[in-house]
Design a protein around this ligand. Structure first.
Ligand SMILES: [Zn+2]
Length: 359
């Protein structure tokens, strides 16, 4: 709410910003750069306690040029330029990306609250829809909100850091989205004080470790890596927007009654209506690898067309139910690091096989 209002009144203060930017820099406009100016707005302590800081509203208008104090050939080749005070090393900056929220967070230690006044960020606003600046105890945080899923690359050159936002396709040979089921208040199945959301996440995080170590040129995106619960729409949107080659959701099963029973085993859901049979082939591959590595009983391939993320996925999709939490023995296995590790490895192998990667 607060942010929306602030954006609306940003236009009114545009000329003030230009005046500030122009006042700090001199002469020599760099051609073909869209203007990107930022507005620093001090907030009261009361506001700060409510939502955490000051805000920079991104002001964008292709017709306006920000005047720069020098020609910068590097800036002509890159999208954005951050300038650092002499006391701040480029290597001390840290970068985090949150593809679910389409944001990047850049943390700059050792700057002052007026950082953006003193060192305006310049460059092009392409794909950036909003920008915030928070300042806390000697450290500033810049959050860039993008209009899609991008990666962030940075190059340091003296006191400047140049930023670019390549698409995942520009960087990776393959793109995979992994989805740990449930999360947050949605615990999924729950048995003997064990929540399915935790098992699902533990297995996906083990897959993440394997994929990182293997170092294949695969862009892997996660719907969650902690105890949050993105909506089903957001999960499917991540896979569709990033243009994933494969989309795999990891769950664990329970009988309908939720009572302990003898029913156990592994099943994988797929999209029956997918005429290319890409979903079925992928699901079959996941199931085969899980059965081989876990030695679990096959519950087979199951139609998943009623599941939102399956029917809306625009790429081969599979939803693995690793085992039954309502079976005492299988629940003990599912809770063990060793079994989780096997399941994670099996699914990574299935992904490699489906993508045609020799590992
Ligand atoms: Zn589940």
């Amino acid at each position: 709410m607060i942010q929306m209002e602030r954006r609306a009144d940003a236009i009114l203060t545009f000329f003030v910003v230009l005046a500030v930017a122009a006042g700090l820099s001199l002469i020599c406009a760099v051609p073909d750069l869209h203007d990107l100016a930022v507005r620093y707005e001090a907030v009261s302590d009361e506001e700060r306690s409510v939502w955490g800081g000051s805000v920079l509203a991104l002001l964008r208008d292709d017709s306006q040029m920000l005047e720069l104090s020098e020609n910068d050939d590097m800036l002509a080749m890159h999208q954005l330029r951050l300038e650092l005070p002499a006391s701040v090393e480029a290597a001390s900056l840290s970068y985090a990306s949150d593809p679910m929220r389409r944001t990047f967070t850049i943390t700059i230690p050792g700057i002052s609250a007026t950082y953006f006044y003193d060192f305006p960020m310049v460059g092009r606003a392409d794909h950036i829809v909003d920008l915030f600046f928070d300042y806390h105890e000697g450290s500033g945080t810049v959050v860039l909100e993008m209009d899609g899923i991008f990666e962030l690359s940075s190059i340091a050159d003296g006191r400047y850091v140049y930023l670019d936002f390549p698409t995942p396709r520009e960087l990776y040979d393959y793109i995979v989205v992994l989805d740990a089921g449930h999360g947050g208040r949605d615990v999924g199945a729950y048995k003997d004080e064990i929540a399915e959301k935790d098992l699902d996440l533990q297995i996906v995080l083990k897959m993440k470790e394997i994929l990182t170590q293997d170092g294949e040129n695969i862009g892997v995106y996660y719907t969650r890596t902690d105890d949050t619960n993105p909506s089903l729409q957001d999960r499917a949107a991540l896979a569709n927007e990033v243009g994933a080659d494969l989309f795999l959701s990891v769950h664990n099963n329970s009988t309908a009654s939720g009572r302990m029973s003898g029913i156990h085993g592994t099943e994988v859901m797929y999209y029956v209506a997918d005429k290319t049979e890409g979903s079925k082939k992928f699901a079959e591959c996941v199931l085969d690898h899980l059965l081989d590595d876990l030695g679990s009983e096959s519950k087979g391939l199951v139609a998943g067309d009623a599941i939102y993320i399956i029917r809306t996925a625009q790429m081969p999709v599979a939803l693995a139910e690793i085992g039954f939490m309502t079976n005492k023995e299988e629940l003990a296995l599912l809770s063990s690091d060793e079994y989780q590790q096997k399941a994670a490895q099996a699914m990574v192998d299935a992904i490699y096989e489906t993508l045609g990667i020799d590992d």
